[in-house]
Design a protein. Structure first.
Length: 175
């Protein structure tokens, strides 16, 4: 709500550049809001993690489907660079006062990724400890990701939702 207009105003004196809004966009309503703010379009990410075509570990998908926007955290524990992830025992451990601290990129990934891949396998096989540790990158829009569906349905529903939102805007402007 703040960043898109600010970016557009900052670059306007220099030259006209299409601006894409990003961050937490998982519905057509959010896309319409971004366009209403002046964005030329949107960049989506998390919404694709729970599609049938996604390579997200199955147990982690189930955790995402049960999550709310409050179930994410920014952590350096995966790559060494702050990134938003599904909150878990893994992210908690790296933020703990007893943590040795994350290594800088790309070194942290050399430690974390093999362990996290093993955690994914164990979590899917029912290991409770691994299930508590399972995490993946995901934004706060995760709270609106409530079912597994084909990517084509995500696109179709986003388009329908976008057009319904723009129709509401048109009616509000006419009223």
């Amino acid at each position: 709500m703040v960043l898109v207009p600010e970016v557009i105003e900052a670059i306007a004196p220099i030259r006209e550049v299409p601006v894409l809004a990003a961050g937490g966009i998982v519905t057509g309503r959010q896309m319409a809001a971004a366009v209403a703010l002046g964005a030329a379009g949107v960049w989506t990410g998390s919404v694709w993690l729970t599609t049938e075509e996604a390579e997200t570990a199955p147990y982690t998908v189930r955790k995402m489907l049960a999550a709310t926007s409050r179930d994410t955290v920014r952590s350096r524990g995966r790559t060494g660079k702050p990134s938003r992830q599904l909150k878990s025992g893994w992210t908690d451990a790296w933020e703990n006062d007893n943590s040795p601290g994350a290594l800088p990129m790309p070194l942290q990934s050399l430690i974390s990724e093999p362990a996290l891949r093993r955690i994914d396998v164990l979590a899917e096989n029912g290991d409770a400890g691994a299930q508590a540790l399972a995490t993946y990158w995901v934004g706060q829009g995760v709270g609106l990701m409530n079912k597994i569906r084909p990517a084509r349905d995500v696109v179709y529903e986003m388009a329908e939702d976008f057009f319904a939102a723009t129709e509401r805007l048109s009616q509000a402007a006419a009223g």
